[in-house]
Design a protein around this ligand. Structure first.
Ligand SMILES: Cc1ncc(COP(=O)(O)O)c(C=O)c1O
Length: 316
C-alpha cells in the first residue's frame, strides 16, 4: 500500500499502478541537530533511488501496450539504468537514446552496469539537444511494435504521483515541519511530487528547495508549474482540493552545468561518506552541499537522498 492511496483511496482505482519498490516507506534518519535524511537510496532491493517510485505509476501503461519501451538520458544516466532493470522485471524490451555528459567515475560505473545487464539497444546522439529528434525518429521506426515513450526522468504527471506519496511518507516521519526539504532538480518530478505531498498532508510552512542539477532549458519554473498543475489535477480527481505547492529553485550549486562536478559538491560528497551515505557528483552531491549550507545557516533541513548508490551488489 502506498501513502498516496491511504490519503486518497479513490485514486487506487483510477490510476495505473504496479508494485516495484519493495523498500517503502523509506526510513528517515537524523544526521545532526537540524538535519534529517530520507533514505530513498533504499526504495528497492533491485535498484533503488528516486526513479522506481515514478515507474510504479508509468510502467504499467508500457506493460499494457506490450511493445518496447523507449527512453533517453545522458551516457551515465541513472534513469536509463533503472528503467532497464525495472522494465525487464515487467518483461519489457528497453531501448535508450543516450547523449554525452562529462565522464566521471559514477558515469563510467553506470555505463558498466548497463553493459553488464545486456540487451538494451542504445542509440547515441552527438549532443543533448539532438536527443528529442533522435527519440522521435526511433519512436517512428518502432511504431509497428506499439512502443511506449518513457519520458526522460519519468517526470510526467503520473510518474510524479510516486513522489507525492514520498512527500506524504515524510510528513508522517519527521517530528515537526522542517524549514526546508532539499532535493536535487533534474526533470522535476521529485521536487514537484514532494512539494505536492507536503501540501496534501496539510503542511503549510516547509518549502521544497529544488537544487538545480540540470540546465535551465530542460527544467525551469514554467515546466515545474505545469507539471504541478497537471499532477494536482489528478489529485483533485482523487478528492483533494489542491493548494499551491511551496517550491523554490535554487540555482547557485550547479557550477558549469549538468554533470560537471563542483568543489562544493566534492566536499559534500566526502561529508556524506563520513556519515555513511553514498552520493554521486551530478545530482545528490550538489543538493547535499545546499542542504549542509542551509543547516549551517540555522534552518532545519530534510534532505531526500535520491541516488541508488551503496546498494548491495551495486558498484557505487
Ligand atoms: C540520483 C538522482 N537524483 C535526482 C535526480 C533528479 O530527479 P528528477 O528528475 O525527478 O528531478 C536524478 C535524475 O536522473 C538522479 O539520477
Amino acid at each position: 500500500m502506498r501513502a498516496l492511496f491511504d490519503r486518497l483511496p479513490r485514486l487506487a482505482d483510477m490510476v495505473p499502478f504496479v508494485e516495484l519498490a519493495d523498500g517503502l516507506p523509506t526510513r528517515v534518519e537524523q544526521l545532526g541537530e537540524r538535519l534529517w535524511v530520507k533514505r530513498d537510496d533504499a526504495t528497492s532491493s533491485r535498484y533503488g533511488g528516486n526513479k522506481v517510485r515514478k515507474f510504479e505509476f508509468v510502467m504499467p501503461v508500457a506493460a499494457r501496450r506490450g511493445g518496447p519501451m523507449l527512453t533517453a538520458g545522458g551516457i551515465g544516466s541513472h534513469h536509463v539504468l533503472a528503467a532497464a532493470i525495472h522494465g525487464r522485471r515487467l518483461g519489457l524490451d528497453v531501448e535508450a537514446v543516450l547523449y554525452p555528459q562529462p565522464e566521471t567515475d559514477d558515469v563510467r560505473e553506470t555505463q558498466a552496469e548497463l553493459a553488464l545487464l545486456g540487451g538494451v539497444r542504445v542509440t547515441r546522439t552527438p549532443h543533448a539537444y539532438a536527443m528529442p529528434v533522435v527519440l522521435a525518429a526511433r519512436m517512428a521506426a518502432l511504431a509497428p511494435r506499439r512502443p511506449y515513450l518513457l519520458w526522460p526522468g519519468a517526470s510526467t504527471p503520473l510518474g510524479t504521483l510516486g513522489y507525492v506519496s514520498a512527500g506524504l511518507e515524510l510528513t508522517a516521519q519527521l517530528p515537526a515541519e522542517p524549514d526546508v526539504v532539499v532535493v536535487p532538480l533534474g526533470s522535476g518530478g521529485t521536487a514537484v511530487g514532494i512539494a505536492l505531498g507536503l501540501a496534501l498532508a496539510g503542511w503549510r510552512d516547509a518549502t521544497v528547495v529544488a537544487v538545480r542539477a540540470a540546465d535551465a532549458v530542460v527544467t525551469n519554473a514554467v515546466v515545474l508549474r505545469s507539471l504541478e498543475a497537471a499532477t494536482a489535477a489528478i489529485l483533485a480527481i482523487g478528492g483533494w482540493r489542491p493548494r499551491p505547492a511551496r517550491l523554490v529553485i535554487e540555482r547557485s550549486w550547479l557550477g558549469r552545468g549538468y554533470g560537471h562536478p563542483t568543489t562544493a559538491g566534492a566536499a559534500a560528497l566526502e561529508s556524506a561518506a563520513d556519515l555513511g551515505l553514498t552520493l554521486e557528483p551530478t545530482y545528490t552531491a550538489k543538493a547535499f552541499a545546499a542542504a549542509l549550507d542551509l543547516a549551517d545557516r540555522g534552518q532545519s533541513v530534510a534532505f531526500v537522498l535520491t541516488f541508488a548508490g551503496g546498494r548491495p551488489g551495486g558498484s557505487a
